[in-house]
Design a protein around this ligand. Structure first.
Ligand code: ATP
Length: 581
């Protein structure tokens, strides 16, 4: 019932159209009684009693009723299709909006294939419910009731005998509904898994080719595919157990009519014409009974899909606005006060405190997995810290308007993602109306302008999925240009130049410094060359700050930073180290 309530919230804006359509269903169902009823009259009045003069009028009535029914039926089917398409579009829009509102935690723990399955297969089942199942349930119920009323007016005792099958039908229908529902849920779950395997296979095709694991991947797919077939079979087995029972009950009606009807005619209790009416209307009792099995299937399919979609809508996001968020301009003073954080369980950051002011460049260095990216992810609230506070301009980031906060921060992430768009579109992603000159300016700072200009289509070159291939360093520089063009108060570069050669990287950082003298910049890097000119270098190990200071100060400390320096520069710069020391 909850699922019907939910779908009603999407279709209630079409309630006028739905009401009109349901009235049309009533009229069409009533019209379908005309032919069986008139057939009986033709037998009794025209054939038996010889009133041939009414034959033409009765035939015209039958043809008229059949044609009118066909037109009305077509109209309401189209109407329900329109309602379903309207609801389909709105649910899809809502799902997409919900997807945008979900936080990193959701995407960390949810497979893309699951989301895609909800947005395609499950959505289509809901559409089918609105387009077809709703009116079919009503149509079958109404036809059944009309048929029973008509038969009652002819001979109520005979009608009651026919209706003896109803309790058996009800029993079979309830059993089917209860047993089939869990099997449909299992089918939908397995479909999501199958989708995930295909999606990962496509995304990871390069790794698969590089490791020549096609066979393993095929086996993995075959296993999920087989499981999907099995789940579908489990479900088919349930309804193949009950559908023959329902079918047999519907079939029993014909037999009853012939036997009991024949006896009643012989005993003069009903006329042959009335028996003809009974016989011609038998479909109006049998069909709804047969359809009932299929409709239960469709309803349970709808329930399984609607459960999944509603569960998606109910997904909680831990990162959201407070009730009265501060929407102030951001100058860029960033402060971590005794910050601790862990993803699921184990602490990744432990009691971290640091402060950065506008105009300052803070470099973060440390072994892999030490918590560098995690630390900067807390600034724009990709995650919230579990202890302590992250403050910007002395305001806790949790109290700031989320969109405003993120609008003032630019992040060039470690994993570069480029959209299927032109290079210009990718650079201007955060500022879609940026003039061409500004895009070129940002590309210039990121040292990307030269290679972009050398491409045959320059800034109009399509990249990303299905676009031209770019080297890792080129992709990083486009991502960097994208972050620069946003002109943020706080710029975060998470290992953004790791694939760029050292000389280019040095030039990029030099140019950046001259343009970013009023912004707060965080640079995460593994190379000393990328961090040595920073105003403050933070060394993180195991989630805590173990050293901090300028390049010279850290060399003097002869700790982790000093050792990294020696490893990267070796004997070549030993003299310089000695000088500092
Ligand atoms: N989304 C996540 N869910 C769970 N654990 C995570 C997640 N992201 C990172 N971690 C874990 O948190 C720890 C710190 O990761 P983080 O990415 O911050 O390290 P890093 O210092 O930036 O590493 P690198 O230099 O390799 O980029 C690692 O142990 C990592 O496995």
């Amino acid at each position: 019932m909850e699922n019907v309530k939910w779908v009603w919230s999407y279709i209630k804006k079409y309630k006028f159209r739905i009401c009109i359509s349901l009235i049309m269903v009533l009229v069409a169902s009533a019209l379908s009684m005309v032919s069986p009823y008139v057939s009986g009259i033709i037998v009794d009045r025209v054939i038996k009693q010889g009133h041939r003069e009414i034959l033409f009028a009765l035939a015209a009535l039958m043809i008229g009723a059949t044609a009118a029914k066909a037109i009305i039926r077509f109209t309401y089917q189209i109407n329900f299709e329109k309602v379903s398409q309207g609801a389909y579009m709105t649910i899809r829009e809502d799902m997409y909006r919900k997807l945008q509102a979900l936080d990193f935690k959701f995407f960390d723990t949810t497979r893309t294939g699951d989301i895609m399955a909800k947005m395609t297969g499950d959505m289509d089942t809901v559409r089918h419910f609105v387009a077809w199942v709703i009116y079919m349930v009503f149509e079958n119920a109404v036809i059944f009731i009309f048929a029973v009323i008509l038969l009652f007016t002819i001979n109520w005792q005979f009608t009651l005998v026919l209706l003896l099958v109803i309790p058996f039908l009800g029993w079979a229908a309830i059993k089917l509904a209860n047993e089939v529902r869990p099997t449909f849920s299992a089918v939908r779950q397995q479909f999501s898994r199958l989708n995930s395997v295909v999606q990962e296979n496509i995304s990871g095709n390069r790794v698969i080719k590089a490791f020549a694991t096609e066979k393993i991947e095929i086996d993995k797919f075959d296993r999920e595919n087989e499981a999907y077939r099995q789940k579908n079979m489990d479900s088919a087995n349930v309804w193949s157990k009950y559908l023959p029972i329902i079918d047999a009950l519907a079939g029993a009606l014909s037999l009853t009519i012939i036997i009991i009807g024949g006896i009643l005619v012989i005993n003069d209790q009903i006329s042959i014409g009335e028996l003809v009416t009974f016989n011609s209307i038998i479909w109006a009792l049998g069909n709804p009974m047969r359809q009932c099995g299929w409709l239960i299937n469709d309803i349970q399919r709808f329930n399984a899909s609607a459960d999944k979609i509603r569960e998606f809508f109910e997904t909680e996001t831990s990162i959201s606005n407070t009730e009265q968020p501060a929407e102030e301009d951001i100058k860029g003073v960033v402060e971590f006060k005794n910050v601790s954080f862990g993803y699921e369980g184990e602490e990744v950051l432990k009691n971290v405190s640091l402060k950065a002011s506008p105009g300052q460049t803070i470099a973060i260095i440390g072994p892999t997995g030490s918590g560098k990216s995690t630390l900067v992810n807390l600034i724009c609230r990709f995650y919230d810290c579990s202890e302590g506070e992250v403050l910007i301009d002395n305001i806790n980031v949790r109290d700031m308007e989320l969109r405003n906060l993120r609008a003032k921060i630019s992040v060039a992430m470690q994993d570069v993602f480029l959209f299927s768009d032109t290079i210009e579109g990718n650079i201007a992603y955060g500022v879609p109306d940026a003039p061409y000159e500004s895009v070129k300016w940002a590309a210039g700072i990121a040292d990307a302008h030269k290679f972009i200009s050398n491409l045959p289509e320059g800034y109009d070159t399509i990249i990303g999925e299905r676009g031209v291939g770019l080297s890792g360093g080129q992709r990083q520089r486009i991502a960097l240009a994208r972050a620069i063009l946003k002109d943020p108060s706080i710029l975060i570069l998470d290992d953004t130049t790791s694939s760029v050669d050292m000389e280019t990287e040095f030039e990029i950082h030099k140019t950046l410094r001259s343009f970013y003298n009023n912004k707060t910049t965080f640079i995460i890097a593994h190379r000393i060359a990328s961090v040595k000119n920073a105003d403050k270098i933070i060394v993180i190990n195991g989630g805590t700050i173990i050293e901090q200071g300028t390049h010279e100060e850290l060399l003097k400390q002869k700790g982790y930073y000093y050792n990294v320096y020696l490893t990267q520069f070796g004997d070549f710069d030993a003299a310089a180290v000695k000088e500092v020391g």
